[in-house]
Design a protein. Structure first.
Length: 255
């Protein structure tokens, strides 16, 4: 009888483990949800973000000079301004008898935003003394304000940072395996969202700090004769001519 009573009073090992798994390391009477609210987070200040403008432009030049030398001169000017060539595409053209035609070079230039306008103006006048302002065939300049987009992503990133800190504090209090796994799932989702927001912020910041200029240099072909004039059929002209003929014929019949 005493052996049965001793056995009943003894707690099985699994029961002891289960009981210790519910033990909370926090202060008596505190809850996991209550600790989340104790984590302080610094609110995001939108006024701390300066205006962010993304400038992109195109410049198309047709010149008598060697387009390879012009491209090299443009590259040197951009690098001297602190920029770089993002891509370059050289087209050697084709041979028409003994004459090479259709040569061109296309450059994607990244230029510091504070030097973009001045450098674009210089390119319009001349590139390395090899081109003239009359060689400019087309130029465009576009400005896009991305301040709002950056602020929105920064504010959301700030909120996600606070949420991550709260989840990490919650994980330090959780003892049950199911609680730990649940918090880990939430934490993983928050981290992924946070990294995506930060990547967008970095992309916008890079775009705003470096402007993009698409420069196209084409070799002028002076030896090619202009295309022959071709008459284009016009329905309105045909109708007018037919009407005049009809009027003259009607007048002759009346006479």
């Amino acid at each position: 009888m005493m052996m049965m009573e001793d056995a009943a009073m003894e707690e099985p090992p699994m029961m002891r483990m289960k009981s210790s798994a519910r033990y909370s390391r926090g202060a008596p009477g505190s809850s996991l949800g209550g600790e989340i609210l104790d984590v302080e987070s610094k609110p995001f200040d939108p006024s701390s973000v300066k205006t962010m403008l993304v400038r992109t432009g195109t410049l198309r030049i047709e010149t008598d000079s060697d387009v390879d030398k012009v491209a090299d001169a443009a590259t040197s000017q951009v690098e001297a301004a602190g920029g770089f060539v993002e891509s370059r595409q050289d087209n050697g053209g084709y041979l028409d008898g003994d004459i090479r035609r259709g040569q061109n070079v296309r450059l994607t230039l990244r230029i510091p935003v504070e030097k973009y306008a001045a450098l674009l103006q210089d390119f319009r006048k001349s590139i390395g003394g090899l081109t003239k302002s009359s060689d400019v065939e087309e130029t465009t300049d576009r400005v896009r304000d991305v301040t709002g987009e950056y602020v929105d992503n920064a504010a959301r990133a700030s909120t996600l940072e606070a949420t991550r800190a709260q989840l990490q504090a919650l994980m330090s209090r959780a003892d049950l395996v199911k609680d730990v796994l649940q918090v880990q799932r939430e934490l993983s989702s928050v981290v992924q969202q946070l990294e995506a927001r930060k990547a967008t912020m970095q992309r916008l910041s890079a775009q705003a700090s470096l402007s993009t200029l698409q420069l196209t240099l084409s070799k002028r072909d002076r030896s090619r004769p202009p295309p022959p004039y071709q008459r284009v059929w016009s329905p309105s002209k045909t109708v007018r001519k037919a009407f005049k003929k009809l009027v003259r014929r009607t007048q002759r019949l009346a006479d």
